[in-house]
Design a protein. Sequence first.
Length: 249
Amino acid sequence: MKIIGHRGAAGLALENSKEAFLLARKHKVDAIELDVRLTKDKQLVVIHDEDTGRLAERDARVRARTLAELKRIKLKDGQHLLSLQDVLKLRGRTPLLIELKDARSAAVLLPLLAKEARISVASFRHEEVRKITKERPDIPIYLLSRSKPLAIIQKADFYGAQGIGLNRWIINPVTYARARRRGLDIFVYKVNDKFAAWWLRVLYPYLGLCTGYPDRFQGAFWHTPKLPAWKPPKPDRPVTGKAAKKPTR
C-alpha cells in the first residue's frame, strides 16, 4: 500500500499550502497529491476550488485573476497561494501527483515538467491527461472517477494510463481484481479514518491511500512488501473417492 498526501497533508494544515506540503514530506509519504488551476494569465496556481472563498479572507475567482494577484491574497492562516513552480522547488525528492482541474491546462503544464522527474498527472478531465501521455509517454497518467469503476478501467487501458483514482466508496473486489489483471495501479480518495483504512489495507494490499492525515499511517503495516509468485495451496488431506485420480503407470 502506498500513502499519498491529499492536498499535501490537508488534515494537519491548510490544504495545498506550503505548510501542508512540508508536513507531508516530514511524514515520508510515497507521493504528494495537489490540485492546479489556470489563472487569467495562463499560469498554474495550486488550489482546488474555482475561487478562494473557502480558504482566504476574501473571495476571488481564479480564472479572473493573474497569478501575481492571487498570490497577494492572504489565506485564513496567514499563508499565501503557491504556484506549481513553488511546489516543484519545495517538494524535495518526493513524487508529485498533479491533478488538472481545468480544460486546456495540459499545454501549460507540459513545459514546466521538461526537466522534472517523479511526476504523475491525474484528472477527471480524461482528455487532458491523454494530451500529456501523447507528448510525454514517460509521465504516468491516472484517470479519476466518482462512479462506474469498471468503465474507467476499460478507458484507462485504452488510454495507456498507469492507473485509476476512485472514490473510496466505489472500490470493490471485482474492480480491484480487474484493474490488477490489466496491470493498472489504483488509489482511493480520501481516507482519513484509520479503521476504514485498515480494512482497505487487508482487502486490497496494493491499493494507494490518499489521506489528509499521513501521520496516522506510519510503520511497516501500511507498506506492502514484495510478495512471492502465487502458487496454488496444497490440499489439507489427500483427495479420496470418485474424485481421486488413478495413478498412471
